[in-house]
Design a protein around this ligand. Structure first.
Ligand SMILES: C[S@@+](CC[C@H](N)C(=O)[O-])C[C@H]1O[C@@H](n2cnc3c(N)ncnc32)[C@H](O)[C@@H]1O
Length: 152
């Protein structure tokens, strides 16, 4: 994953969920700075201990909390291993889930956005439900769908 990220020595990297820091140390080797946001304070303490007294200590900004509720500082690139650190072949029988490494790059230049005002009674929840209903997806939920359903 670190290889795929093609990190540059000038990159400020955001790592979501560093755990005890197995990937963090690799990111610290490659980038200028790592902002690591970990929800579990015990794991964060382990990571802090791991870098203490090493040259990486000053390159790591460790934040404790839920990344979704945290005000994050500026970063250039996000590298994270959130849900499935174990591949499906580690299980017998293999679970019916797929894991992927996803690389998302912002478009440069950014596409033009046609901002439009919506009426005060616009309800995004109703809009989405309406679209799902019209396309026969009212009973489909991510947890009950497989990859073919998504691709279809
Ligand atoms: C699959 S582990 C990855 C650990 C480590 N990055 C690695 O590659 O070995 C997921 C990590 O994300 C953390 N985590 C889960 N939800 C989080 C959230 N909402 N905000 C921050 N960290 C989260 C977990 O505590 C755990 O350390």
């Amino acid at each position: 994953m670190v290889e795929k990220a093609a990190l540059r020595p000038t990159d400020v990297i955001l790592e979501v969920g560093p755990g005890t820091g197995n990937m963090t140390v690799k990111l610290l080797e490659k980038g200028k700075k790592v902002i690591a946001c970990e929800i579990d304070p015990r794991l964060a303490a382990e990571l802090q201990k791991r870098v203490q007294g090493t040259p990486y200590q000053t390159k790591l900004n460790l934040m404790i909390g839920d990344v979704l509720k945290t005000d994050l500082p500026f970063f250039d690139i996000c590298v994270a291993n959130l849900p499935y650190q174990i591949g499906k072949n580690n299980f017998r029988p293999p679970p019916k889930v797929e894991s992927s490494v996803v690389r998302i790059e912002p478009r440069n230049p950014p596409p033009p956005i046609n901002f439009q005002l919506v009426s005060p009674d616009f309800d995004i929840k109703l809009k989405i439900t309406d679209i799902l209903d019209k396309n026969g997806f009212e009973k489909k939920r991510a947890r009950t769908m497989d990859i073919d359903d998504f691709l279809g």
